[in-house]
Design a protein around this ligand. Sequence first.
Ligand SMILES: [Zn+2]
Length: 345
Amino acid sequence: MQDDCIRKLYKNQVDGSELHGLVALQEVIQELDPLKMKGCVVVLPTLNPAGLLTLKRSPFYTDSDPNRLWLDPKPKKEPIINYEDPYDKLLDPKNFSEIQEQVYSTISEIFKEVDYYIDLHCHSIQSVPFSYIDRVYYEEDDDKSQIESAKQLFDYNLVMVKLFNLPVVVEDPPRHYFRQNLHRSTTGSFVNGFRKPAFTVELGGSGIVKRDLIKIAKKGILNVLGWAKILETEPKREPLMPDLDEKLWQEIPIHSTTSGLFIPLVKEGKLVEKGEPIIEIRNIFGETKEIIKAPEDGAVLAFYDDVGCYPNSELATFIVENKVILICPWNYDEKKEEKEKQDKD
Ligand SMILES: [Zn+2]
């Protein structure tokens, strides 16, 4: 970190329909006085202008998910390919990165220069505001210095995340993280590629703007700016949901087994005990078809928008205490699978 120019990058969501970050940033800029600041704040109001125009997650010129196409931080052991004829190369899609990847590779040149990074998103209308932190991955599983520096990075990042005063959810465990290409999300790529702190904030619903969420976001941003010594103000830890502040959480999807209309039985963000009813599914006559219970002690993070459901519909996301390792080697999951196989044999 350079003392005389501590930089920070803030931006709005990369997903076009998520507006709370954009509005919060417009207002934060108004409140910043460059003469009273140290270092430099970079604000990118949107990373997806074409998605913003149509209020869609993807830009109108491609169907791909924009938040899964950032520089891939995972070291690859690619085989050397010997193309047999001059046209083989043209047939290999790997040789033609798509437009969104090209755009984000270029923007990553700015990211590289930044010391801290916050990415502002929206989850869903019936969600509590919360922050996501990425696991830190490292290369050699027996290299103590790599383990130590990964741990330091995670802990340092957690201090910053906590200053947003929202519940902290750890991104999916390795297997699901890589399957969904979350290591190529903005913050996954930043933390694990550039090895610097970054986190994602989820601020309620897409396509709408709610004043209370703007207030929460502004307060969080100014708090982090104080912590990074860009502003002279002292950061304040004032958890918005004190009950959910102690633990690091992990998400579990809640599915239905039947068709019907689903009715939430608890408020999102309220701590519930294992076995407590959280959702009722009714048929058209108002008869109860299914009562879904809390899988463990925890809370509903979000109920999804669709009231109608079918067997296996995802109705909500529930949070339980995270028990999965927080720093791990890139091949953690392959090793685990290998071990599971050996144990079976
Ligand atoms: Zn998003």
